[in-house]
Design a protein around this ligand. Sequence first.
Ligand code: ADP
Ligand code: PMV
Length: 564
Amino acid sequence: MPSSDSVRRQGYHTSETLTPRTTSSHSTQTPENSPIETMPAQLLSTMPANGASRSNSAPALHRKQSSPMMPPFMVSAPGKVIVYGEHAVVHGKPAIAAAIALRSYLHVSFLSKSHRTVTVRFPDIELQHTWNIDELPWDTFSAPGKKKYYYDLVSSLDPDLLAAIQPHIEEVSPKVPDAIRKVHHSSACCFLYLFLSLASRKTNPCVYTIRSTIPLRAGLGSSASISVCISAALLLQIRALSGPHQDQPAQECELQLERINRWAFVGEMCIHGNPSGIDNTVASGGKAVLYQRTGPNKPPRIVPLHSFPELPLLLVNTRQSRSTAVEVAKVATLKANHPALTENILDAIGLVTESAHKLLTSSDFDPKSHDSLKYLGDLITINHGLLVSLGVSHPKLERIREIIDHTGIGWTKLTGAGGGGCAITIIKPQPPSTGHRNGTHHDHSSDDSESEPDSPVTATGSIISSGTKLKHAILDNLEVKLENEGFEKFETTLAGDGVGVLWPAVLHNVNEEEGGEEIDQEKFLKAEGTEGIERLVGVVSGRNRNIEREVREGWKFWRPWESA
Ligand SMILES: Nc1ncnc2c1ncn2[C@@H]1O[C@H](COP(=O)(O)OP(=O)(O)O)[C@@H](O)[C@H]1O
Ligand SMILES: C[C@@](O)(CCOP(=O)(O)O)CC(=O)O
């Protein structure tokens, strides 16, 4: 492992000379003959929409050969929750999934060329490993018929390529217990397959460090989130992405996201075998999508829902491990034993999703109106009831729902496979009734707080501060209760940004350090918990209840919904 000093940047000049390079057609700018190079943010924004199709009249720029070490950069991608339609989606009904503000962060730092190594540091799973770049199976990955380019669509893993990386995966964590080794090998496979597909043997030596604020294996798409980060970082390094930058046309934005998403799906296949693709789609593009299978060997229907409102969300982890496969099998058994009944429940779940979709896409949908939110909330409650009927809840999920329902703070359902995992609560815009204040009494009749005497709502539906304070008090009280029962509570937001980039990894507002403060690898590794990571990378989170919208200093996102 290189020392911290050796990975810290040395002598990066922000004003270094850039010389124009002509050329590059689609077929010539391949990972093989375009070694990983790096570029500052201003270069990213000068690249054409399709990083491959530059012409002589629009020369690209490249860094002088003598250029010293590059500064680190960062990529980040969100986790996801299924808001409506889990399980029914397995049976051909639509589902809606949305990004959440819990994210993974990948820090990429460069070593001097004398190192011939690539290192992964994944402390969340206690994995650290270094490969010698020259010993990796580049020949196999670039052999005729095997070579994949960054613009290719890869829909299955190549068994020969998997076999070629197998010895390099086997050398990872040979002495740890089987269960941990399996996790290490999944992540190592995801990284190596993408690295060998997108980089080249001339690659600059790098260290890839991932830290995530998404709990693992809780149905929140942690694997898709890291796959998106790795995919985006490698594509940025080979200049296969332009942007994100202001004024980027929507079509160009979508093309970039599609490219990241395709390779993230490859990473997901390394971890999951046969993923549906919904998690990486949401982690790349952010906001929300409607997703529906259309039949065997047919591409799914994926409809971006750019109108999905950014809503405050309470996420509670049961810490009860569960298996998606087991829960899916439970529903299959129920369907075999009670076909008509089960089909009706699945149909009803499909109707819940369609109903939400209809509202979200209707021209008079107002995300700030109480009625709209109540409509979406009622659908959450109905969806949960139907999932209970399918037998995929769990006593811990029911306990969480009971505790939250007593406060009257919002609408709660299980999310994902169930049988454990997480519950989500969409928080009501109005504070709950007085009867809920001590968190012990639930008056169903006062769920609709239009009649609320001490929680006046302004004409635009925003809440005056006494109501907000009450809500915060309830949330704090709830946190203690949930933690006392062994649950983990996150206050986050629904339907935020997808993949984002901080290039270079320098923050300007954090302190007065001239030129900003660089986020180096060691600082990143030392940041404590979710708050420490977010503070370090310039995120002022929605969990800070004094701010309305999350702020991410210096980060740039591909936002097709904002583009021209
Ligand atoms: N922070 C992380 N660092 C390294 N690997 C990770 C991280 N988060 C997720 N992974 C990989 O993804 C796998 C978790 O995927 P999965 O069990 O499907 O959970 P989830 O539902 O959260 O995606 C882990 O076993 C690991 O291989
Ligand atoms: C139950 C299911 O609908 C969702 C599973 O979600 P997760 O594994 O909990 O993220 C299964 C699936 O869609 O493949």
